[in-house]
Design a protein around this ligand. Structure first.
Ligand code: ZN
Length: 507
């Protein structure tokens, strides 16, 4: 089976055929860095990170371009409020963005052009659109004439008349059609400006992605990705600009990721349910958030975000790392045993893992389904690592080693398994405690009091401390060597993450 992608333009899932064998050229719309990045950005860029990683894993040489909209109304407004240079404000937020993306394990694209560095290419494209009869200049502004582009509306599947009827039309006498959009905006006081054939000014929003994608990837490229919210008007306008400039279709596959809702509501500052990435990562590990965003739903579908679901995802990632801790210890303990050559316990798991994973990922990057064989492998690893009979250990160790190697190979796509297990579990435990308003130092202090009580044979007092901790959700585990470890009780899974499917994505 070959890779199949769902293309928004045709509305169909079809086999991926790159323009040039073995190579993929991919463009994804980036952020407007006027503030810190939020959960919607995390969802979007985790989704494209998995796509990028999977294409590379599948053997393609990928060129991934993602832009920064560093010249924009919101940046200018915010910078003026703060008395800052707009490009300096953009840079500050780009630095925050990188910190978030790095924490989420999102690989950097190959090229990250900025509007401020693409002005010449933008001006050249606007001029080409004027020359082709698709744009007109009025008093230093340049507008795209949507009536001149017969395919306008083909991505959002809405004819121009419908769009016009639904649009909130701003009063602008200069436009020939209210749906015409700005390619170039004349200079206004307090705004960064560049010289152009139409006088000083700055680019409109949409033109940058047409200019950057065709500059860096050529007049036709393979994949264009972005959030569903960008289909109209941003990507519709991008098609009108790019195709209007070069005279033919520019993108072979249009891919769009779904929204993220919070407790079944749209995330918005006015509803008070707005979360930045750093807000969430103060409560959960970034790997928990990455895992949740990758696996809660197929990338095209909507995700509903809630604390209960993140709590469950945290428990699952902790299970992954507990498994890794146990298995790594088992493999160390059995390192000197001979390699086993007979039939292996769970041999079918090691053999089938990669093929099952690839089959799910080839189906339009179905990460939730691709996780099924991973969970099967983790369960097998736990069983193998609990082998106690000496005679069975060589086979168990060989099998566990093979499964671990397979998982590590697939982790080039998932990027979930790479942390040191002990360090990860310590971070998980500290965050789980803090979510219950428990300070690890207080727990350690109670443990010390219990140790003292037990040493003094004050059993009732020792049991009282155990009960007190249990009431707070702290579970104690007395070890054979007399020490006591603790963990935060995991809430029972609510099954929400099991309801993963790719069906009904357009609802
Ligand atoms: Zn864009």
């Amino acid at each position: 089976m070959a890779l199949r992608l769902h293309d928004t333009l045709t509305g169909e899932k079809r086999e991926f055929e790159p323009l040039e064998p073995g190579k993929v050229k991919m463009y994804v719309c980036g952020v407007t860095p006027y503030d810190k990045s939020h959960l919607g950005h995390a969802r979007c860029y985790v989704a494209w990170d998995v796509v990028y990683r999977y294409l590379k894993f599948a053997g393609y040489e990928v060129t991934y371009v993602r832009n920064f909209t560093d010249v924009d109304d919101k940046i200018i407004k915010r910078a003026n409020e703060r008395g800052m240079d707009p490009l300096a404000l953009a840079q500050e937020n780009i630095d925050f963005f990188y910190a978030d993306m790095d924490a989420l394990g999102i690989a950097r694209p190959d090229l990250e052009p900025r509007v401020s560095g693409t002005i010449d290419e933008i001006i050249a494209m606007v001029q080409r659109l004027i020359d082709n009869g698709l744009a007109y200049a009025v008093d230093g502004d340049v507008y795209y004439a949507v009536d001149a582009f017969s395919d306008y509306g083909k991505l959002s599947k809405r004819p121009l008349d419908d769009l016009r009827a639904g649009a909130r039309v701003e009063i602008n006498e200069a436009k020939r059609n209210p749906m015409d959009f700005a390619l170039w905006k004349s200079a206004k006081p307090g705004e960064p400006t560049w010289d152009s054939p139409w006088g000083p000014g700055r680019p409109g929003w949409h033109i940058e992605c047409s200019a950057m994608s065709t500059t860096h990837l050529g007049d036709t490229f393979d994949i264009h990705g972005g959030g569903r919210d960008l289909i109209f008007p941003h990507h519709e306008n991008e098609i009108a600009q790019s195709e209007g400039a070069v005279g033919h279709a520019c993108v072979n596959y249009w891919l769009h990721n779904g929204f993220i809702n919070i407790d079944d509501e749209k995330m918005s500052k006015s509803l008070g349910n707005f979360f930045t990435i750093s807000d969430v990562c103060a409560r959960y590990t970034p790997t928990t958030l990455r895992y949740f965003l990758m696996t809660a739903r197929h990338y095209r579908g909507p995700i509903n975000f809630s604390d209960a679901m993140l709590e469950e995802a945290a428990g699952r990632v902790a299970y992954i790392y507990e498994t890794l801790l146990t298995v790594k210890a088992f493999l160390r303990e059995t390192a000197d045993l001979p390699h086993f050559t007979g039939p292996l316990p769970h041999g079918e798991v090691a053999e089938g893992l990669a093929a099952k994973f690839v089959e799910a990922m080839d189906d339009d990057f179905s990460v939730p389904r691709a996780m099924d064989p991973i969970w099967e492998a983790l369960r097998a690893l736990n069983e193998l690592a609990s082998t106690r009979k000496a005679a069975r250990k060589p086979a168990a160790a060989t099998a566990a080693g093979l499964i671990m190697a397979a998982i590590e190979t697939l982790d080039a796509v998932l990027n979930l398994f790479g942390h040191d297990p002990e360090a990860y579990l310590a971070e998980h435990r500290a965050l789980a405690a803090s979510r219950r308003d428990l300070a690890p130092a207080w727990i350690e202090e109670r443990l010390e009091a219990r140790r003292a009580a037990r040493a003094a044979r004050l059993w009732a007092e020792a049991d009282g401390i155990r009960d007190e901790l249990a009431a707070c959700g702290v579970v104690l585990m007395d070890r054979g060597n007399g020490s006591t470890d603790w963990a935060i009780e995991e809430k029972a899974p609510e099954g929400a993450l099991d309801d993963v499917d790719a069906g009904d994505l357009d609802a």
